[in-house]
Design a protein around this ligand. Structure first.
Ligand code: COS
Length: 380
């Protein structure tokens, strides 16, 4: 059993209080309008959560702790999966910067991230989704600079209003596969950087996802993150943390769906008694609670391994896969418990069901997680 520290419990409590009192009330409106929830992001800055992992010297809270991040993301996700997604990707981007950034890169971008200016992670391209090594975006050396050209797609934390800086993975040496890729730190304000199509999505409608268009973007060689040729490995290392974040988000969604199901099934009377007096509903709730708990334990295990600097790729993939499936399972049964009302937009579960569906796809599909897990099981 995990014993949380006093600091971790305090992070959970402060996030829970803010999410339940403020974020939850906006979730429906944000879903309907698809707008950027800027007051939620500012509120998370005000309570020190947006900048949780960033060192104090850069204006952050100074708690670079994977378990605290998991607690914060899951508490937000119980109330609003869109806001949790923004928070998670912001953590992913800051994590790469903290691990791989030069002192100058950190001094420039971490204070901005700590203020809530959103960071993003640009790996995916139209032809490079699950096969993330198949990138086409090029970075060509030109004197002391690189010139970047290409289009990244499905980029979170990029929208008409939001998105400040991005970790962009591009090909610096074609023809040698993943070893020919390099990560760059790209500023939204650089000439040639633009936000292309913003997607009209089924769920998490408050978390913008857009194309990042790079047209002859000149970046100095000081914009390289880590070493030349290390881009794919940096992306995978970042995704180890990102997947723990999505697992945390999924656990929050699952716990939130259970809360809605418990509330509704206690209030809804049919055949002269609340519907949760029926064994059928009780067994649904037992299935949901057990899967959510198993997902949470896998997530905490992965977070704990990463925190200790131990290999966590397989544990992160297991947590992400299992938690995403558990969240969809819980939302589906919670909607079923609501009956016809669950299909209507008057009830939060209708939004939660749509929000949950992306969890099995982004930051590596469930099938990609199984590739990662099975390679480890087989010992490849
Ligand atoms: N940490 C550090 N390095 C890693 C790593 C990790 N978690 N995973 C792989 N690497 C390294 C490997 O060790 C290998 O390096 P060497 O050649 O020096 O041994 C290199 O990266 C290439 O790895 P691999 O051969 O496993 O790459 P594949 O092309 O087979 O791809 C998968 C592996 C499918 C796992 C990867 O492409 C993937 O995760 N795809 C999904 C991408 C994704 O999640 N996209 C969502 C983006 S955010 S919405």
């Amino acid at each position: 059993m995990f014993q949380f520290t006093e600091e971790q419990l305090a992070i959970q409590e402060i996030t829970q209080k803010y999410a339940q009192s403020s974020i939850k009330a906006l979730a429906d409106e944000i879903d309907k309008t698809g707008r950027y929830p800027k007051e939620n992001i500012q509120g998370l800055v005000d309570i020190g959560i947006m900048q949780l992992s960033i060192p104090e010297e850069y204006g952050g809270t100074g708690m670079d702790d994977e378990i605290s991040k998991a607690l914060a993301v899951s508490e937000v996700a119980k109330c609003c999966a869109s806001t949790a997604e923004i928070l998670d990707v912001h953590y992913l981007s800051a994590d790469i910067l903290m691990r791989k950034g030069t002192p100058e890169q950190k001094a420039q971008y971490l204070p901005q991230a700590a203020e809530g200016k959103l960071g993003g992670f640009a790996l995916t391209e139209p032809g490079a989704g699950s096969d993330a090594g198949g990138l086409k975006t090029r970075a060509v050396k030109d004197g002391d600079d690189y010139i970047l050209n290409g289009t990244k797609c499905f980029i979170s934390n990029l929208g008409p209003e939001e998105g400040n800086h991005f970790v962009v993975v591009a090909v610096t040496e074609p023809g040698i596969g993943t070893k020919g890729t390099t990560a760059f730190l790209v500023d939204r304000s650089m000439a040639g950087v633009s936000c292309g199509k913003t997607e009209d999505k089924m769920g998490i409608r408050g978390a913008a996802v857009s194309e990042l268009v790079l047209e002859d973007v000149r970046v100095p060689k000081t914009a390289v993150l880590g070493q030349l040729g290390e881009g794919f490995k940096i992306a995978m290392m970042g995704l180890d943390g990102g997947r723990i974040g999505i697992a945390s988000q999924a656990c929050g969604v699952a716990f939130g769906a259970i809360e809605e199901a418990v509330k509704y099934s206690g209030e809804r009377v049919q055949f002269g008694k609340p519907i949760h007096a029926n064994q059928g509903i009780q067994w649904y709730l037992a299935d949901m609670a057990t899967r959510a708990e198993a997902a949470w334990l896998l997530t905490l295990k992965a977070a704990s391994l990463r925190q200790q600097g131990l290999p966590c790729t397989t544990a992160a993939a297991m947590a992400k896969w299992y938690a995403a499936e558990a969240a969809c399972f819980c939302c589906d049964l919670a909607l079923q418990i609501h009956g016809g009302y669950g299909y209507m937009k008057d009830y939060a579960i209708e939004r939660m069901y749509r929000d949950a569906r992306i969890l099995r796809i982004y930051e590596g599909t469930s099938e990609v997680q199984k590739m990662v897990i099975s390679r480890n099981v087989i010992g490849k």
